[in-house]
Structures are given as C-alpha cells and as structure tokens.
Write a new protein. Sequence first.
Length: 290
Amino acid sequence: MYLKPALSASALALALSLTAVSAQARDIVMGLIPAENNEEVVQKFEPMRQHLEKKLGVKVKVFTATDYAGVIEAMKKKRVDIAWFGPLSYYLAEQEAGAEAFAVGIREGSSSHTYKSLIIAHCDSGIKSIKDLKGKSVAFVDPASTSGGLVPTYMVKKETGMMPQDFFGKFTYAGSHDAAQLAVKNKTVDAAADNDITYEKMLANGLISKETNCVIKESDPLPGSPLAYRGDLPADMKAKIRDAILTAHKDIKVTGYGNLSHYVAVSPEDYQIIRDMVKELGLQKKDLLK
C-alpha cells in the first residue's frame, strides 16, 4: 500500500537532483553593451570569456544588442548572467534587473579606474565651448550611456540652464562612441559626446586626429565601467566569477574596454555619483531607456 508513494517520492527527489545539477552546469551568458562597434567589443572581451570558461568549468557565451537597453532587458529576463555596463547602464540594470557591480578594469599606466566624458567639435568649426553649440547639430551616443549621454547632458544643463534637446538645433544619438567621433570628423554633426578612452584609442589608430577632432569640454573623473552579475545568482557562483575576474591578470593579459592591466573590486556604493546625477537632472526611466 505504501510502495507507490515511496517510489513517487524517490522519483521526485531524483528529478529535483537532476534539475539542480542541470541548473548548476548550464551555460553562463555574458552581456556586452555596444559602446563601440559590436564585433570589436566582442573581440576585446574574448580572452576574458575564455578565461572565465576555464575557471568556472562551464560554457561562457556572449550576448550583444543593438543598444544599451537590449542588454539591460536581457539581464532582466535572466538571459544574461554577467554583463559589462557603463556606469549609467549599470544603474539602470540595478533598477531593472537587480544587477550588482563587482569589478572594474584599471587602465595601463594608471592606478585609478576613473575616466572622463568629453564633448568634441571639429577643429575648424570655430566652436570652443558648450555655449558655442547653441542651435548647432550635436550627436550624443545613447540615452543610457554615461559619458555619451548622462554626463554631457549634465554639463550642458549646468552651463546653459537648458537640456540638450532644447539648447541644440538638432540633437541625435550616434549609437556608439566611435560613430560619434566619426560623425564629427566627417562633419555630419558640429559636435559630439564621447569619453577619453575611445578618443585616445581612435587617435592612436589614426581614425581621427587632433587636427579634426578637438576637445572643447571634459568632465570631472567618473567611476569606471563595471562588470556586474545578477543579484539572484547563487552566492558560490558569484564568488567564483568575482575571483576569476579579479585574479585574471595572474594567468592572462586581461582585456576589456580600453587597454587594461588588471581588474579591481568595486561595489554598488561606488556608483552613487551616477544616482545623484540622474536625480538632479530629474531623469526618468523613459528618458534613459528609449
């Protein structure tokens, strides 16, 4: 009489055990925002992907999207486990998907993970300041970009008392930092937002020059672009991921956004300046996830 329930319980236990093993062994998906050309971003992170795969003992796949919002949405739907974000897109992923920042890259020759937002104009345009951009054609990068969206918006508002869409004559989004720089070089726009990482890289690669793309304004230092994982990942998996990233420089030449020497630990608290800036500008989710 009691045999059938006992077998059912055993079958249930086995099924739960197999489910746990399957969940533990499933692929890890790493999301990358399209700050630059998607193929280039994927290529830059490939050594780190391979390193993670080796250290975690599971397949690590890469997910990209056509805009920043796509990576945030993928993490929200649990299709992405780890992601590289900019500070603002991290803040949004924190709000939307429970993301937790845990590591950030240090550029070679530096002891700080900070970087700066820049506003660039074509050197022969006569544009020397933000106030010279009144009525001009200007491209930012993406509403969810820190150095290509939030911070230049903050700089324009602070200097002119107006939001970019009201101050500029034509306001567009280029989609990536390198596209914004090329739009200035080719005189498609009068000016654009970028950051010092992409600017220096494009100068070094000869894609732009200091005779075509001139910096007219730079921001104060900003916290670096973090790696973040979903807050609901198992604690042991978080620890393995964090350890693999923070010690990667001992095993490989680390790669990521910019020329990096190693990664250091960060926490969500390190990004309070971004939360404060969003609040001060009165920006809503609908303004940042377009």
